[in-house]
Structure formats: structure tokens, C-alpha cells
Design a protein around this ligand. Structure first.
Ligand code: AMP
Ligand code: ZN
Length: 518
């Protein structure tokens, strides 16, 4: 109890975009963090940049739990109404989902609903593979249309919104605090924020953004008091955050591109109605670059998580470690050299975990300095994370502890195990065995099997890593079925499907094949 209160007294400091300072994160309800992080638009597979932002949220969650806080974590799936960069040219407002369907990859889907189902299931499987903690709720925009319509009605009723022949718009002029997050108060700033600019001569102010778009031709449409159409992008997040976390929340996060206009607009929509601060703290992750350049398909340096893992055979935990190796707020350059180092580190974490596990029942040897050193190391890992998520320092401290374990095999006591499981819970980069109970879903341990990056990235390998992985998953599914764990068996089948692998059970066993049409 005493230890718990000492831990709970720790200060968790994070940069707050709203104030421009590193400040203590102070939950409204002491010891209970209510947190919303913007999820992806599911029109294609998530890339490593998306996951760098999701990992910032994951580390915040793990750190908060480590100091004894209760957490309620919500992260959404955007499956509608996300306008593309060309909206100023294309006032009909084709969204990213519709674009996704027309792409070469997207043409394999019968409709936009199938497209969204496929990519959200793929997202969740990438999420598991990279060992991110499950949110308490993962709401979808399309499942909250009614709440969005109700909020728009309230905004119209209080004079913060108005209707034109093309839609319903939020009146920026009615909200004097607009710009407080990003500093973008001027209309010109909208040129930088093309993602939700709609050209409509009836708009009162060019800054006004869409809450509802009337469009009876659109691929995804719902009936509303303003006719058939679909909601604007920003309204979904403020509505879902408030639906699950309350009118005032503790923390809201996302990538740096969301500061403006998305989060600025969320604040306006929420606060215009409540007249209270929507979120106390705002955290934004700096964009990832690859080998020193902006990640783009055109430059050939665009990587999805599944491409690295399934096609190049990189160990999932090495991808995770590489993505968190730079602090979230600093410019971050993802390189294959970091990935190779991460692979080696993950293997060392695995070895240290095995040794620590075998020392688990040795008790607490007061004479051992090694145990004391590891206790101190754990505190240093935690303190580094509490200091604005200083992941490079946290990882360095964790590796120092690993070195101590590997170098003092005979002097370990149960504190080695406490250290390794503590580091695993905090950073999520330790390949653990079945005996180690983590918060991880069982498929995660299975999917985290290591394969040397060096082998797969630079040398020709005699083993096809994809085939090996498929067979491992099929084996695990058979075992799950034997023990009547059908939930796990179904999850593994879904994971295989997301990898485009179809399986068939027969009395002779399970066979698989690559799906040809998908
Ligand atoms: P989107 O699907 O584009 O809405 O992105 C989902 C999340 O990933 C958002 O929080 C984005 O800000 C974030 N994101 C997108 N690209 C990157 C990148 N290159 N680096 C870091 N975060 C990114
Ligand atoms: Zn959002």
C-alpha cells in the first residue's frame, strides 16, 4: 500500500500543445486518466507513421498504469467522410474511402463497406502484432451517426452553425477561441489545412468547416434533418470522445498534422456547446521520415507494418522498438540500420527474460547487489517515460538492466524477473514466454517470433518467412481448437485472412492457399 501511494505521487510530465509547455498531466478525477487518441481512416493498410503516433498513445497508457492510475482509453476508427486534399478543386467532396475503392488495391472490394471492414480488421491485427494495448472502446464513426446528427442540431440551435444548400457549417466567427490550439486564427491559414476545406459561395466565412455535407449521390450516406448526406470529419471525434469519456477529458492525442484543422475544430464544436474546456492536455507526435525523406509511395520509401513483417520478415517487436526509439516530439528518422539494431536488442531482451524467468523462484537475496541495481534501473526506465516520454533514455536504461542480467547469470534473484516483467509492461518490447502473464492477447506472443532482420533484409534466406509464419499460425489455431478456445482460433483465422490467406479444415488437417481475388 505504501509503495502504491509513493508511485501514485509521481508526476507524469508531457508537452501540452495547448500551452506550449511540458506540464504535469493532471487527471480531473485523481488517479483516473480519460484519454482519446485519433485512430486511422481505414481506406488502406496502416503505415509505420500511423503506428508511431498510435505508439505514443500506447506508451502514455502504459506509463499511466505503471504509476497506479486507472485508465479509460478510447481510440476510433474513421470509416466515413474524410475529405481528400483536392476538395478545393472537387467541391462534390469525394472522400478518402471512396478514393480508396477506386484505387488499384481497392477495386477488389464490392463496395466501400467491405473495404472498410477489411482494412479495420487488418488495422486491429497490426495493432496486436505490434503489441499495442487494447483500448477500452474502439468506436467507429459510422456507428455514431445519430449522436453526430444530434450534436449538429444542438450547434444549429445555439447559433454556432448554419445551413446552406450544400451542407451545415460551423461558424468560426461565433467561437472567439478558435485558433487557441494551433495559433491559426487567420483565414489564410486554411490554405495549409486543405483536408476539410469546402468551397461553397454560400459560406459566411471561408474558415467555416463542414459539420454535415448534403450529398444524395455519395457512396456512404445517411438520412438527416438536412436530407441525405454524411458528416464532416471533425465532428466524429469530439462526439465519440464525449460519448465515452464525458464532456471534459484529460488528454487528447494524434499526429502533428491533426493540430490544425482537426483538433482545432474539435475544440470549437465541443466547447461551443459546453462552454467548458474539452481536453486539458493535447499531445502530438512529430511526423516520421524514412531514411531522411518524407515517406511517400512515389519515393519508394513507403512502408506499411504488414509489408515489413509479412514480406520482409522483420520481427514485429523489432518494428515496435525501432518506432519508439526516438522521442515522440523530436524529428524522427526511421532507418533500416535502426531496424537491424532493434532486432539485436529484442533478442537480448528475450535472452534476459528467459534467465530472469528461471530466477523467478529464487526469492530475494539481500546480499545480491544485482537485484538492487535492477530495482534502480526499473525506476530509471519509469522516470525517463514520466519525463515527457523520453523513450531513448528509457530504452538505454532497460538495455543496461539487460546487460546486468546477462553478465551476472549466477547472481540473479526474483528481482530480475520483476525487472524484466516491469520493462515488458512499460515498453512492450520483451519477447516473453507463455508463463509470463502480460496484458497481451495470446496471439501476440505467438506473432512476435523473431527472425533476424539482417537475414531478411540483406541476405537471401532459404526459409520463406511468410510461409513459416502462416504455418505457425495454423499450428497455433489447431492447438486452440483442441483446447476448445474458439475465440482464439477465430482470431487467428481472421489474422490469416487479413494476410490474404484462406484456410480449409478437413479430416486430414488444415490446408491453406493465398486468396487470388483479394
Ligand atoms: P490518418 O489515417 O491519416 O487519419 O492517420 C492516423 C494517425 O496517424 C493520425 O494521428 C495521423 O496524424 C498519424 N500519422 C499519419 N502520418 C504520420 C507520420 N508520417 N508520422 C507520424 N504520424 C502520422
Ligand atoms: Zn480524430
Amino acid at each position: 500500500m505504501a509503495l502504491r501511494s509513493v508511485i501514485m505521487d509521481k508526476e507524469f510530465r508531457l508537452f501540452n500543445t495547448l500551452t506550449g509547455r511540458v506540464e504535469p498531466l493532471v487527471p480531473i478525477e485523481p488517479g483516473h486518466l480519460r484519454f482519446y487518441s485519433c485512430g486511422p481512416t481505414v481506406y488502406s493498410y496502416a503505415h509505420i507513421g500511423n503506428f508511431r503516433s498510435f505508439l505514443t498513445a500506447d506508451l502514455i497508457l502504459r506509463t499511466a498504469r505503471a504509476i497506479g492510475w486507472k485508465t479509460t482509453y478510447v481510440t476510433n476508427i474513421t470509416d466515413v467522410g474524410h475529405l481528400t486534399d483536392d476538395d478545393t478543386m472537387d467541391p462534390s467532396g469525394e472522400d478518402r474511402m471512396a478514393r480508396g475503392l477506386q484505387s488499384k488495391e481497392g477495386q477488389r472490394f464490392a463496395n466501400v463497406w467491405d473495404l472498410s471492414r477489411h482494412y479495420s480488421s487488418a488495422l486491429q491485427s497490426d495493432w496486436h502484432i505490434l503489441n499495442l494495448l487494447e483500448p477500452d472502446v474502439r468506436p467507429r464513426a459510422t456507428e455514431h451517426i445519430r449522436e453526430q446528427i444530434q450534436t449538429i442540431e444542438q450547434l444549429l440551435a445555439c447559433g454556432a452553425a448554419y445551413q446552406t444548400s450544400s451542407g451545415v457549417y460551423f461558424s468560426v466567427e461565433s467561437f472567439p477561441n478558435y485558433g487557441s490550439l494551433s495559433g491559426n486564427k487567420a483565414a489564410e491559414a486554411l490554405e495549409l489545412a486543405v483536408r476539410d476545406v469546402v468551397v461553397d459561395p454560400e459560406k459566411k466565412d471561408p474558415r467555416d468547416f463542414a459539420l454535415w455535407k448534403k450529398d444524395a449521390e455519395h457512396l456512404m450516406q445517411w438520412h438527416s434533418p438536412w436530407g441525405w448526406g454524411f458528416p464532416g470529419w471533425h465532428i466524429e471525434c469530439s462526439v465519440m470522445a464525449q460519448a465515452y469519456l464525458g464532456q471534459e477529458i484529460d488528454l487528447h492525442a494524434g499526429g502533428e498534422d491533426l493540430i490544425f484543422p482537426h483538433h482545432e475544430c474539435e475544440i470549437a464544436q465541443a466547447e461551443a456547446l459546453t462552454q467548458r474546456p474539452f481536453s486539458r492536455h493535447w499531445v502530438h507526435t512529430r511526423f516520421l521520415q524514412v531514411e531522411g525523406r518524407k515517406m511517400s509511395k512515389r519515393l519508394g520509401n513507403f512502408h506499411t507494418v504488414r509489408e515489413l513483417i509479412n514480406d520482409r520478415g522483420v520481427a514485429p517487436l523489432a518494428v515496435r522498438l525501432a518506432l519508439i526509439s526516438g522521442q515522440y516530439r523530436k524529428p524522427f528518422n526511421f532507418t533500416f540500420s535502426t531496424l537491424r539494431d532493434s532486432e539485436r536488442h529484442v533478442q537480448r531482451f528475450g535472452k534476459a527474460f528467459e534467465l530472469a524467468e528461471s530466477a523467478k523462484n529464487r526469492g530475494h537475496n539481500k546480499a545480491s547487489m544485482v537485484g538492487k541495481t535492477l530495482e534502480d534501473r526499473y525506476q530509471s526506465v519509469l522516470n525517463a517515460l514520466l519525463d515527457d516520454l523520453n523513450t531513448p533514455a528509457a530504452i538505454a536504461q532497460a538495455l543496461d538492466g539487460v546487460r546486468t542480467i546477462l553478465g551476472h547469470k549466477d547472481q540473479l534473484d526474483n528481482r530480475a524477473y520483476t525487472f524484466m516483467s516491469g520493462v515488458s509492461d512499460l515498453l512492450g518490447i520483451v519477447p516473453t514466454t507463455k508463463a509470463h502473464k502480460t496484458t497481451a492477447h495470446p496471439t501476440k506472443q505467438l506473432l512476435s517470433v523473431n527472425r533476424p532482420v539482417a537475414q531478411t533484409l540483406s541476405e537471401a534466406s532459404s526459409v520463406d518467412p511468410l510461409t513459416a509464419k502462416i504455418e505457425e499460425l495454423i499450428q497455433a489455431r489447431s492447438e486452440a481448437r483442441k483446447t476448445r478456445n474458439f475465440t482464439l482460433a477465430d482470431k487467428i483465422r481472421d489474422e490469416l485472412l487479413a494476410m490474404n490467406i484462406e484456410i480449409k479444415d478437413s479430416p486430414n488437417g488444415t490446408s491453406w492457399r493465398k486468396k487470388s481475388n483479394i
